[in-house]
Design a protein around this ligand. Structure first.
Ligand code: FES
Ligand SMILES: [Fe+2]
Length: 459
């Protein structure tokens, strides 16, 4: 038996946004500034979006063993993502049921129970209250399930990526992901055994709304301008149009790369068709980063003919995969957006390592992973700051309250430019804003729906 507690979400719980005219705020070609600046809309998003749809929480490789845990958030809710004593993945509310304090203050660890620092209530990693100090002081039955930790009622993992939702009516995760799951498969399957392990992160916090980062995640229009200094740095080392983002330089829309909308707010920008299909083709595009020539020479001297296919495993996969509302897979990295307030967001870049499946050997895996860490010194350090500067400057611009709209109509209304495919996905040239128009349809749908939300407690 599972104990579900329904969340009624009456209008007051949504801060009064029941009165908002969503069709007016988000139109086909433009969005109103209020969706990025209004604290009431932000508060509603923290339930309607971060709660109302499947949201990325953590990667299984961060909690590989029984009783491992890591602390994360679902919107603003503090969570403990745990693998309990039976191996079951759980997303426990990191909030003591006694008086509400944060139960676990560690970032991660291994424990089968959590003791509250305030008055010492002790909870198992199943969420059950195990005991309280001096229980004689309580008249009632402390085994009542209402004292057990709240949990996200639905937690599912797709190939290691753990998602959670409060929405009892959401499709199973795999159906929800739909076509984007195929692209995630491709991103994983180029690695030995189709696996990656998530490692430590670069952490940024910027003063702007979280959606500005998601709006940018598939934007091929800004690259040549916003990342100009990085683009020029890359190409100074390798000649005109040779590296990383060079495709964007002259006529990006005539390149084989494209953007595709995959439903449910998910999309990807695919630069893989531009790639030369040969060993070393991917590595040849890798951005300049410190010491790469030496690594390359070392690989060639040690691995001979295999060197370039091994170097490709260290190279950044040229696809940006964006899973609404908070996850991007970029190159070798996983980026997660964490809303903090209506005008503050964390953008966290996790590195990833490959795992030895016997096909490469421990030395090769170690060398490739060392080089993958160096790719962190490319775009995640030198490109992300360009993007963050844009997000903060947009937030500042949106304080001009009489000038109400931002436009996202690039590609709209041009015959045969934006194509709907047989599977319902939508394809457009790399600089089009079709992805943004589409993810805002999903955003609007979620903001308007009275979802069937609940939390769970162990009985
Ligand atoms: S708040 Fe946790 S034991 Fe009192
Ligand atoms: Fe960018």
């Amino acid at each position: 038996m599972t104990a579900l507690e329904k969340i009624g979400a009456p209008p007051t719980r949504l801060g009064g946004t029941v009165l908002y005219d969503w069709e007016y705020l988000v139109q086909e070609d433009r969005a109103h500034r209020l969706i990025y600046t209004d604290p009431v809309i932000f508060a509603a998003e923290m339930t309607q979006i971060f709660g109302g749809t499947w949201t990325y929480l953590a990667h299984e490789s961060e909690i590989p063993n029984i009783n491992d845990f890591i602390t994360r958030r679902l919107g603003l809710r503090p969570l403990i993502i745990a693998r309990d004593a039976e191996g079951k993945l759980r997303a426990l509310y990191n909030r003591c049921t006694h008086r509400g304090t944060t139960l676990c203050r560690f970032d991660k660890g291994n424990s089968k129970s959590f003791q509250c620092p305030y008055h010492g209530w002790n909870f198992l990693n199943t969420g059950q209250l195990r005991g309280v100090p001096w229980p004689d002081g309580y008249a009632g039955d402390m085994r009542d399930p209402k004292y057990n930790l709240a949990q996200v009622p639905r937690v599912e993992s797709y190939r290691g990526f753990i998602f959670g939702t409060l929405n009892l009516d959401s499709l199973p995760l795999i159906e929800h992901l739909g076509p984007i799951a195929t692209v995630i498969d491709e991103w994983l399957d180029r690695n030995p055994g189709g696996r990656i392990v998530v490692c430590e992160a670069n952490r940024f916090r910027f003063k702007a709304n979280w959606k500005l980062a998601y709006d940018n995640s598939c934007d091929g229009y800004h690259v040549a301008y916003s990342h100009r200094s990085l683009l020029e740095t890359e190409n100074r080392f390798a000649g005109e149009n040779a590296k990383g983002m060079a495709y964007y330089r002259n006529s990006p829309d005539t390149q084989p790369m494209y953007m595709r909308y995959a439903g449910r707010g998910n999309h990807y920008k695919d630069k893989r068709p531009n790639l030369e299909k040969r060993p070393g083709g991917l590595w040849a595009l890798e951005s300049a980063h410190p010491g790469m020539e030496h690594y390359e020479a070392d690989f060639i001297s040690r691995y001979g003919d295999r060197a370039f296919s091994l170097l490709d495993l260290a190279g950044s996969e040229p696809v940006n995969i964006n899973v609404f509302p908070n996850l991007s897979l970029l190159g070798n990295h996983i980026q997660v957006f964490e809303p903090v307030s209506v005008e503050e967001t964390n953008a966290i870049w996790y590195g990833t390592m490959i795992v030895d499946d016997g096909s490469i050997g421990a030395d090769g895996v170690r060398d490739i992973n060392a080089l993958r860490m160096r790719t962190q010194e490319g775009f995640p350090n030198f490109g992300e700051v360009d993007d963050i500067a844009n997000f903060e400057q947009i937030q500042r611009g949106l304080m001009a309250i009489e000038d109400e709209w931002v436009y996202m109509h690039r590609g709209l209304g041009i015959p045969d430019r934006v194509k709907t495919n047989a599977d319902g996905t939508i394809t457009a040239p790399a600089t089009d804003e079709a992805f943004m128009r589409e993810h805002f349809k999903e955003w609007k749908r979620l903001m308007q729906t009275r979802a069937n939300l609940a939390i769970r407690r162990e009985p």
